[in-house]
Design a protein around this ligand. Sequence first.
Ligand code: MN
Length: 440
Amino acid sequence: MHTLNETHNPQLRSWVDSANDAGTDFPIQNLPFGVFRRYSSTESFRVGVAIGDQILDLTTAQSKSVFTGDADLAAQACCASSLNAFMAMGAPAWSALRLALSRALRDGYALHSALSTCLVPQADAEFAVPAQIGDYTDFYTSVHHATNIGKLLRPDNPLLPNYKWIPIGYHGRSSSIGISGQSVHRPVSQVMRPGATEPVLAPSARMDFELEMGIFVGPCNALGEPVSIQQAEQHVFGMCLFNDWSARDVQGWEYQPLGPFLAKNFASTVSPWIVTMEALAPYRQAWTRAEGDPQPLPYLDSAELREQGAVNIELEVFLQTAAMRERGMAEHRLSHSNFRDAYWSVSQMVAHHTVNGCNLQPGDLLGSGTQSGPTEGEAGSLMELSMGGKQALNLPSGETRTFLEDGDTVVFRGACNAPGAARIGFGEVRGTLLPARSLA
Ligand code: MN
């Protein structure tokens, strides 16, 4: 895992003024990577780094000869329309470029006038999914979510006995992963309505979001070669916000015996910026397992995990209905939770995923599963917040919600705070639900 270095120094200031604003998600201590182009242009998508309210275009920055050595090799890998080549290089290359960017964006940098021509305002940009995602796996790492959902689906048997031994996951679908700002049609599929004896083909009536973290894989492991928990984070590039849109009525009818299928594979949305594991170093916390629970098997346990396996990421969910938007009303916060409460860590996800020899590849995406916390109000889905649709939520517009209505916009935000560290943020992931396409 990463130790603190000069790039984390909370005193650092940037010559990009907006990076020094107290509320910015992207101070010089963050330096997340994404893929962008000027809004509505025909330019190629290209790799950039967020700094304040700007984006440093790495393709033009690399051409200014401001990087040298390993940092320049890494910057060359970023002269591309996706982050896969850079992700494949591994932590030494990521770290070399981060250090060079930190020094080049600092107050007083000698060549800052050359680099200032490489800035594009974020307000003028549109984003793409930052990597070509070959495979996507969704985990289920919040025991609070698993218990809440289990109670609704199987009141007599909420948490299955394997949960506390195995980081549960399923293989999802990468083709339908989109970028923040996307609109998603309400999916149509088979549902069994309450009290019915036969299913019907219909638009989902129980549309939901799932508040998740996305975890992007870096260097691959060869097929047949497990990644040990000690090595696991060497294979992780960084994290983003992730909305795993879910159709609960479809899920309830289809999920046994093989798990999620059409309830989940119609759309998932990532935030534009990937915050690197190195940037997250100041916010690491001890990973703990309650004494009464099974302790992890040795391949899922390590001294480093116990010392700093968890990551303190404050997460928030906001909703804005179409009526709220028309009336100019701000998004309303529905809930909040923290990724540090996950039952399984990032390193345990990677170690378990590969223990059988499964090969991860650069750009693969792991979903953390819905992050619900231990207390009321810390629920990462409407299924939980509305008690399975039984208890409507009141909105400041006077409207109520059990599940999502057409026109609703869902926004997640995430931020990290720690004593003696700068505040860094993840930006946001935003998506809007559209009506179902008409049935043929
Ligand atoms: Mn999910």
